[in-house]
Every structure is written in C-alpha cells, then in structure tokens.
Design a protein around this ligand. Structure first.
Ligand code: C2O
Ligand code: CU
Ligand code: CU
Length: 507
C-alpha cells in the first residue's frame, strides 16, 4: 500500500515528482494485459486509399527495437527506440535527432497522404499513436490494435492537421508508461503554408526540444517502478533529458530562434521561465500557430503538451548563458532545462510578427449542446482514477460517450477529486479543441496560482491541464471519420491504470 500523506504533502509530492521512490530493474512489468482483438487493420487502410485511386506521397518503414545508447558517462543505457526510413515519395522526410535515443523527427506536409508500415521488434505488444493528428480510426493506434512481436501494421492517412508540432508514442494497454520511459517517442512537424511561417526562424534556427525526466540506476540503466505509488502519482525521474541528453546546451547566434517544446515526460509538469526574467513569447500551442503571440513570465507545460516559443538573442553578448529553467512550484526545485550559450554574432533583422495565423476557431454558440455540456468528472475511487466513475474497457463505449459525426460540442472536464488532489492533463484523440472556459474552486485558487498563471489556453489544443479543483470547458468538432477513439489523462501511469475511455464518433 502507498504511504499515507496529508493533502498538501501529497500534492507537492505529486506535481513536483520529488522523492518518488524507484525500485526494480529496467522496464518493470505489469501483468494483466487484455487480449488485443483487432477489428480494423491494414487492409482497411490500403483499401481506403485504393478506393480513392491514390497512391501515398510518402511511404515510411518504421520499427521499434531494443538498443544500447550512450546517455550518461560510463556504461551504455539499454533503451527501446523507434527507427524510420523513407521507402518512397517526397512529401516529407525523416530526420534523426543527433545523438539521441528518441525516434527521428518526421516531417509531413499538410494535404499529402502518408503510408507507414510499422514492425514490432520488441519483446511485447505495442502500437504507435500519432498524438494530435486527425487520422482515421485504423490509424489512431488504439490499444486494441496492438501487434505482437514480429508483426507489422500499416497506417495510411492524409495529413489534415494545421502546420505545427505533434508527436508519436506507443499506446498499448497498460504499458504506455514503461514503453515511453524506455525511449519510445518522437516528434512530428507538419509543414503547411501559414502566411507567417516565412517570417519565423527556420532551418537551424527552428529547434525541436523534447523534455523528459528519467531515473537511472548506478550502472546507468533506466529504472521504472510500476508500484501502487506510481499508479497514484505517476512516475517521475530525477534526471532531466532534453532530446535524450542530460545537461542540454544549445549554442546560439545573436538572432531570433523558434523553439518547439514538447513535454514528453510520463508525469512531470514543468513551469518554464528564462533565467534572466525575460518573457516567453509564445507563438504556438499543440495545434499550431496562435493568432497572435502571447507573452508570459512562465509557461506551464504538462505531459503531452507542446508550446512554441520565439526567443531573440540579438541583445545578448557573446559568452552569455541564458537558461530555460523549471521554476520551483509546490515545494519542488528550480533546475535548468536548456542552456542557450551565445557563441556567435549574426545579423538577422527578423521581428516577431504581430499576426501569426488565422486560427479559424469555433463559436460556443454553435455547439449543439451549449446549454448542457457533456461533462466528465475526474476522480479517485477504490484506489483507481476514473472518468465519470469508469475505468478503461477495451471495447466498451457508454451512451454518454457517443458523439455524432460533424457535431460541434462543448465538453467540460471537472477535476473534482478533493480527497486526493492531483493535476490531470486531459487529452482527446482525433481532434484539436479550443479552451473556452476555466474555473477553479475557491479553496484551490491560491495553491494553483503558480502554475495557473502559465497556462496558454489561447490556441488549438489536444491536451489541457486541470489542476486540483479546476473545471475546463473545451469546444471540439468531430470531423471526417467515424470510429472508436480515446480520451484520457496523459499522466501515463494514470492512463495505464485505467484513467482512459473510448468514445465513438458515428454518423
Ligand atoms: Cu499522447 Cu492517447 O496519447
Ligand atoms: Cu493522442
Ligand atoms: Cu491523471
């Protein structure tokens, strides 16, 4: 049984992730995986494309396999990693992240069709999910589609998302946390033709940064504990890795940069701020560019969320070190995340555009259930996290989890679990949504403030953080595809412990 903690201590413990005991060897096992029945498969995908008479513009071969990499000085670390290569087509590319165990950066072009054949070379079932992408049911990586060792699965989809930063990771039932922790994750950049992309830093000045925390044993192996405690709190490590590397240093020139930040951690939330107090100019969220940049002293980034930041080093002297830090909250530590070292002079007369994109948002008044939002209560019961009193069931969909194709709806998430106050980053597959309301119960306002001031609710989102006592309303539209999708908490240990449900889109 987990130790009993008072609420304040519990909360501090939970969101800072400090002091979480780690035990057991690398890649500990959870038992009791459901059998992974398959009711849609590769053939449906291929057929879909054949019916439209198209051939894909980009064909990728991907695999997940065990490997050993140098992360820390000394012994190599056993990891699981994704590899990818282009087999055909030119509507995108595959770019390895230099010296990283992370999967390669996949670049897709909006409007193009992609076919990816994924082979599982791991010793257990897995499946890839394309987080944030609007794809057909067969391509969404639902856990019932997980494939056994040695098997392959083919995804075919059209890239319909806005230009932006997305990512991919495993989604097998009950094993997402340990598989991501073992190294399985990668970034996707969708390229489009938003007006201002030309005005933003590109190429070497457009930098992807994946932030994760890990725990290492004395012999440099990843540790992961599937204990009751981590099921309750999520798993946190004491070593911060950026793009798979500890103490990440980014050499920069005296000019503006575009930083694409992903919180790829299992459970840790970050409160990001620049060491010299300069503001963060946020230009994009999960679903691409904002309408206009917003300026924040700190930005709160929960697991699964992305944020893009403009930063201008043109006023900084050569030799300066400007550090993107995690700032202390809820009793946790301040620690460096990325250190930007100004190493060379460069003139680039770029200014931050005032208008970034046409957000093309929805209006709450157009939602079919605006009078009575569909609501989902996040709570703890019988030592498990639940959504409206239910935990994950591979095939079940409750009547209040069925939506109509084409409908615009309001959903309200309520983090009302007061007995055990925990933050929950809620994620919905298949859609990008807009946050249209956020409230907090008076008791929690003060203790939440430090993180709440760093929310960026202005843009398209697929993951939204709910601190204890918060209620968030989102507008989402179910377009293009019928089928079974998921919504869940993106604290991966909560997800694995069942804080996830199906929802069905039907015509
Ligand atoms: Cu990134 Cu279902 O998750
Ligand atoms: Cu997702
Ligand atoms: Cu949760």
């Amino acid at each position: 049984m987990a130790r009993r903690l008072d609420r304040r201590a519990f909360l501090r413990y939970a969101i800072s992730g400090l002091g979480v005991a780690v035990a057991g060897g690398a890649i500990a096992s959870l038992s009791g995986c459901d059998p992974h029945a398959r009711d849609v498969g590769p053939d449906d995908a291929a057929e879909g494309l054949q019916r439209t008479g198209e051939s894909p513009n980009l064909v990728l071969d991907m695999r997940a396999r065990p490997d050993e990499v140098q992360i820390l000085p000394g012994a190599k670390t056993k990891v699981w990693r994704y590899e990818a290569r282009v087999l055909g087509g030119d509507a995108g590319s595959v770019q390895p992240l230099p010296s990283s165990y992370l999967g390669p950066l996949l670049r897709f072009r909006r409007g193009e069709t992609v076919r990816i054949t994924f082979t599982n070379e791991l010793p257990e079932p897995t499946i890839i999910h394309w987080h944030g992408m609007h794809v057909p049911e067969h391509a969404d990586g639902h856990p019932r589609l997980a494939i056994d060792p040695g098997e392959s699965y083919t995804y075919t989809f059209r890239v319909m998302n806005r230009a932006g930063t997305y990512w991919y990771h495993p989604h097998p039932h009950g094993r997402t946390g340990p598989q991501v922790n073992a190294g399985l994750a990668g970034l996707i950049i969708v390229e489009g033709n938003e007006v201002s992309t030309t005005a933003l830093p590109s190429g070497a000045y457009d930098v992807p940064l994946v932030i994760q925390d890990r725990a290492f044993s004395d012999d440099n192996q990843l540790m992961y504990a599937a204990t009751m405690e981590t099921r309750m709190l999520g798993f946190s490590g004491d070593t911060i890795l950026v793009n798979g590397q500890p103490t990440y240093v980014l050499p920069v020139a005296t000019r503006p940069y575009r930083l694409r930040l992903l919180n790829g951690s299992n459970a840790r939330i970050y409160k990001l701020g620049w060491s010299d107090g300069r503001h963060l100019d946020v230009i994009a969220t999960d679903g691409g560019l904002l309408e206009r940049p917003v300026s924040r002293t700190t930005v709160t980034l929960a697991p699964g969320e992305r944020v893009e930041v403009w930063v201008d080093f043109s006023q900084d002297p050569i030799g300066a070190a400007i550090i993107l830090q995690n700032l202390s909250f809820a009793g946790g530590d301040t620690f460096p995340v990325v250190q930007a070292n100004v190493v060379r002079e460069e003139q680039a007369h770029a200014v931050l555009p005032e208008v970034l994109s046409d957000l093309g948002g929805y209006r709450e008044i157009d939602a079919i259930n605006r009078e009575k939002p569909r609501s989902f209560t996040l709570e703890m019961s019988h030592m498990s996290w639940q959504l409206n009193g239910r935990t994950f069931d591979m095939h079940k969909v409750a009547p209040d989890e069925v939506v109509r194709l084409g409908d615009l709806e309001v959903w309200e998430f309520r983090n009302d679990s007061l007995r055990m106050a925990m933050p929950h980053p809620m994620h919905v597959h298949n859609v990008q949504f807009q946050v249209v309301g956020r409230e907090v119960l008076p008791d929690f306002a003060a203790q939440n403030r430090g993180l709440a001031e760093g929310y960026v609710d202005e843009g398209w989102k697929d993951t939204v953080l709910l601190l204890p006592g918060e209620r968030v309303k989102v507008l989402l539209k179910f377009e293009s595809y019928e089928g079974l999708y998921l919504y869940h908490c993106h604290n991966l240990e909560h997800e694995d412990a069942g804080m996830m449900r199906n929802y069905r889109v039907q015509a």
